[in-house]
Ligand binder design. Structure first.
Ligand code: F0G
Length: 455
């Protein structure tokens, strides 16, 4: 059969409130053309993020009832710990309320002025937590990773020569090396097993631990199975175990590849680092057997980790985004290729060449997707990255719009609808206008900036 069906049935539903184009135009105006200002029940298809937005399974909800809320030593913690260690066999597993809390704890211990942290590409919260300690975050993704049209199968790989050069010249400044799998900021592109192993070998040769930001580890493992030679006949859990076997620690947001609505963890092998991390955890998150989560959250994560490595699910998951991507390409919409694991990234600058970068083509496209079809997406371009610390503004490298797919939430007809909305946008693209910023905060302006249309 050609159709890869959703490998689940729907048991509980959330109604979508249908809105009209006129109504949405009014809502956009009231939100000052910033999609973060919308109420989510005014959104028909919400592709703002795949984080914390998964639909939980019947088994996860059943496990929620088993949650034990003891302050110390809850059996829910031990079920969580063993589910993590079955896939990622680290000695210490430290729960946190989400991924950035794990990052904050890690970098508050190993960061500081003069320190340098290389990665393929740091996600914004990782970079933010590194920089908050006075340290420097460096992105060393391979050249193909910065070329939206390159079809290289592992565009998330770290450039091993540049990593080695950095370690050769500045090893004493580098406390650890990171790898983000998949590479979210680079379009959800995977890292090959070979690259993970080589990055570990280079790091270890200089005595440096390798940490994996494992948010989308299962999608990454699926890409390894499908694309890397010698991996096709192996199971996803085997590949996952290999990915983490060469690493010395990891940070994780369970809001992605654990099907949970909240949660995360820091895992390490080093006993001393674990002891410091647990001390900080008690200060900022909670006791080490719950770390900012309730027992029921830990149970949901434990079950989610079993479900996420299911091959039927992963085949459907990756296909959903590919399906939208193929149809957008057929419409002539430029996108980042190959399509990543969790999202389709649209090249808004390429689609709307009449809108200059400082009139925010990404924002213009995101606004149009909402006005035309009630779809919420996220600008990843000059609005997000264009404001420099000295207050000046520069075009970002690319003006992208991310359509991030929540897990197990939308069906193929929702995907077809998204494509139809693009059809309408392509037809009317010359009439779309850019925007000007009326007011903005000094940092992270994309969350709260107020815009007006430039006729
Ligand atoms: N690392 C990566 C690669 C991420 O994508 C995220 C979150 C985090 C760390 C932080 O995790 O949100 O649990 O604190 N990404 C979300 C997104 C917000 O929309 O891409 P968190």
């Amino acid at each position: 059969m050609r159709t890869i069906i959703e490998p689940f049935r729907i048991k509980a539903i959330e109604p979508i409130r249908m809105t009209t184009r006129d109504e949405r135009r009014g809502l956009l105006e009231a939100a000052a053309w910033n999609l973060f200002g919308l109420r989510s029940n005014d959104v028909m298809i919400d592709l703002l993020t795949d984080s914390g937005t998964s639909a939980m399974s019947a088994e996860q909800w059943a496990a929620v009832m088993r949650g034990d809320e003891s302050y110390a030593g809850s059996p829910s913690y031990y079920r969580f710990e063993s589910a993590v260690r079955e896939l990622m066999p680290f000695r210490h597993v430290i729960p946190t309320h989400q991924g950035r809390a794990a990052e904050a704890i890690l970098f508050s211990i190993v960061g500081g002025k003069g320190k340098v942290f290389p990665s393929n590409t740091h996600f914004d919260t990782t970079r933010g937590n590194i920089e908050a300690t006075g340290a420097t975050a460096i992105d060393l993704v391979i050249a193909e990773g910065n070329d939206p049209q390159s079809l290289y199968p592992f565009k998330g790989n770290i450039d091993l020569d540049r990593l080695e050069n950095l370690l050769r010249s500045a090893a004493n400044q580098v406390p650890l090396v990171m790898l983000t799998v998949t590479n979210n900021a680079g379009g959800g592109q995977p890292v090959s097993l070979e690259n993970i192993r080589s990055a570990a070998a280079v790091s270890h040769r200089y005595g440096k631990p390798l940490f994996i930001d494992g948010c989308r580890f299962a999608e990454n493992a699926w890409f390894i199975k499908c694309r890397e030679s010698g991996q096709a006949s192996r199971t996803v859990p085997e590949i996952v175990r290999d990915m983490f076997a060469v690493a010395d620690g990891m940070t994780m947001s369970a809001k992605k590849d654990a099907f949970a609505n909240i949660g995360g963890w820091l895992a390490v092998n080093d006993d001393r680092l674990a002891a410091s991390a647990r001390n900080r955890l008690i200060l900022t998150e909670g006791f080490p057997t719950y770390g900012g989560l309730s027992g029921r959250d830990l149970e949901a994560i434990a079950v989610g980790l079993h479900e996420i490595v299911d091959e039927q699910y992963l085949r459907y998951r990756v296909r959903t985004n590919e399906y939208i991507g193929e149809k957008l390409i057929a419409l002539g919409v430029p996108i980042v290729r190959p399509v990543g694991g969790h999202a389709v990234f649209v090249d808004a600058r390429g689609l709307l060449p009449h809108i200059p970068p400082l009139r925010y083509p990404g924002q213009a496209l995101a606004v149009a997707l909402y006005e035309v079809g009630g779809i919420r997406s996220c600008e990843i371009g000059t609005v997000m990255f264009g404001l420099k610390p000295d207050g000046t503004e520069q075009p970002a490298d690319m003006d992208l719009v991310r359509l991030a797919m929540p897990r197990r939430v939308y069906t193929q007809s929702h995907a077809d609808y998204v494509v139809e909305v693009f059809e309408e946008i392509v037809r009317t693209r010359d009439s779309l206008t850019g925007l000007r910023i009326k007011s903005q905060p000094p940092q992270l302006r994309h969350f709260t900036a107020q815009f007006e249309l430039v006729p």
